[in-house]
Design a protein around this ligand. Structure first.
Ligand SMILES: [Zn+2]
Length: 77
């Protein structure tokens, strides 16, 4: 019986250590992301969706969230 209690105690201990380590790591990652310069957010001319500038399509000074919206706004391009 004592052996089982020891086993359960050990399992709980391992669980706590792993959980604390994971929590510390996720906090570090979150802090690192906070420090990174936030990317400019731009607005799709067609649907108004906000998205990072790097993910947007920029045509003639207008921002679009996808090729389809870019085409819809300016079919000639
Ligand atoms: Zn759009």
């Amino acid at each position: 019986m004592g052996k089982y209690l020891l086993l359960i105690g050990g399992a709980i201990l391992v669980y706590w250590i792993v959980r604390a380590a994971l929590r510390r790591r996720s906090r570090e990652i979150a802090q690192r992301q906070d420090k990174a310069a936030p990317e400019d957010m731009v607005r799709c001319t067609v649907c108004g969706t906000h998205l990072p500038r790097g993910e947007s399509l920029t045509v003639g000074g207008q921002f679009y969230c996808c090729v389809e919206h870019q085409r819809r706004h300016d079919p000639g391009a």
